[in-house]
Design a protein around this ligand. Structure first.
Ligand code: NAI
Ligand code: MG
Length: 342
């Protein structure tokens, strides 16, 4: 039986993960290990997770995470104390974020239909490599250096993943690469070269290379034209929030941090954070977490499609939805509606 590490984390994460588990328990036999790591753990122990946390996670096949973030702890502590070590240690180099405008959901882009894309973000290096430092710290002449790191291996494996995904999705059969190689003439130029080399192995897939500013514009102007979009850590981060919102709500956006080689567990999490502004009132949208659970099932070779179809059915029907989608249903009512369809 597959072993799943469950880390609800903070705020909204505490509310949506139990809902995702209710759905998963309905459709699959999985063994769960529950971990109470996050900001409450930090207040008691001075760290976000125990010293042997990564070793314990490594014993399991996948990780289901809610969200991490607390108004009283700086975000760089929560992020670097839990989320980033997991992504790095387990070499989860492909951050996969589908953006689908489901029937029954309005895009904030008036009249837009047919949005069905996946943003693949490089998840281990690039602009988030944390290479750099301060000089003359806290003095008036202080200097900060932050270096982006691009490796041929790092680019190649995420670009190849993107092409394989486009082939598997078998939809528009298009991969869009996003860089800024006119201004960043080293790392991004290497990216462009590697992209072209990998593209040559996939002659049946159409390619497009966009500068990130043009990509941002085109996500708004012609979102329906995109299929798989691949970009660096920073660009993928920004563009995937944009793709999430044009598909209706951050409350619907699911994601996976994959180690496609399967040497390590992959991690599945809603894109949203701990939502301190609305957490604790029973009104957060559980669908992003439920859809993340569905992505986990697919990764484990189980039937996540069944869960996604149930979610799509609830959205298409239109009467049960949380406030972020213009409704007034509770978190629990939305999950119940998904369960009814299963
Ligand atoms: P956020 O995603 O928590 O919230 C942004 C907005 O979306 C808020 O208005 C919130 O109410 C709404 N929202 C979020 N999830 C929702 C849901 N399931 N249903 C309905 N509405 C939802 O991002 P924010 O406010 O920038 O960050 C809050 C905290 O979360 C910070 O501490 C931040 O560092 C952390 N964070 C953690 C992430 C993670 O664990 N992967 C990702 C993003 C933020
Ligand atoms: Mg982000």
């Amino acid at each position: 039986m597959h072993k799943i590490s469950v880390i609800p984390g903070d705020g909204a994460g505490q509310e949506v993960i139990p809902e995702a588990l209710r759905v998963l328990e309905r459709v699959a036999e999985l063994e769960y290990r529950h971990f109470d790591w996050g900001s409450e753990y930090y207040f008691h122990h001075g760290r976000m997770m125990p010293e042997d946390a990564l070793a314990r996670l490594a014993e399991t096949d996948a990780i289901l995470l809610g969200a991490i973030g607390h108004p009283d702890i700086p975000d760089n502590i929560t992020l670097n104390g839990l989320l980033l070590p997991i992504r790095r240690e387990f070499d989860q180099f492909a951050n996969v974020r589908p953006a689908i405008l489901y029937t029954g959901v309005e895009s904030p882009l008036a009249g837009k239909r047919g949005i069905d894309m996946v943003v693949v973000r490089e998840n281990t290096e690039g602009e988030y490599a944390q290479v750099g430092g301060f000089l003359y710290r806290h003095q008036p002449e202080e200097v900060a250096v932050q270096t982006a790191v691009f490796t041929r291996r790092g680019i190649e494996r995420v670009v190849r993943f993107a092409f394989e995904l486009a082939r598997k999705r078998n939809m528009k059969r298009r991969v869009t690469s996003v860089t800024k190689s006119n201004a960043q003439g080293f790392g991004m130029v290497l990216w462009d070269r590697v992209f072209d080399a990998v593209a040559a192995e996939f002659p049946e897939i159409e390619t497009e290379s966009l500068l990130v500013d043009a990509a941002a514009m085109n996500f708004v102007r012609r979102p329906e034209s995109f299929d798989v979009v691949v970009g660096s850590n920073l660009f993928g981060d920004i563009l995937s929030d944009l793709s999430a919102i044009i598909a209706g709500s951050i409350g619907l956006a699911a994601s996976a941090n994959l180690d496609p080689t399967r040497r390590h567990p992959s991690m599945f999490e809603p894109v949203h954070g701990s939502a301190p502004d609305i957490a604790g009132r029973g009104i957060v949208n559980p669908l992003a977490a439920i859809l993340s659970g569905a992505m986990m099932l697919d990764h484990l070779g189980l039937d996540g499609g069944r869960v996604e179809r149930a979610v799509a059915g609830v959205l298409a029907e239109g009467d049960i939805r949380t406030a972020d989608l213009g409704g007034s249903s509770s978190t629990r009512e939305v999950t119940d509606a998904v369960m009814d369809r299963l």
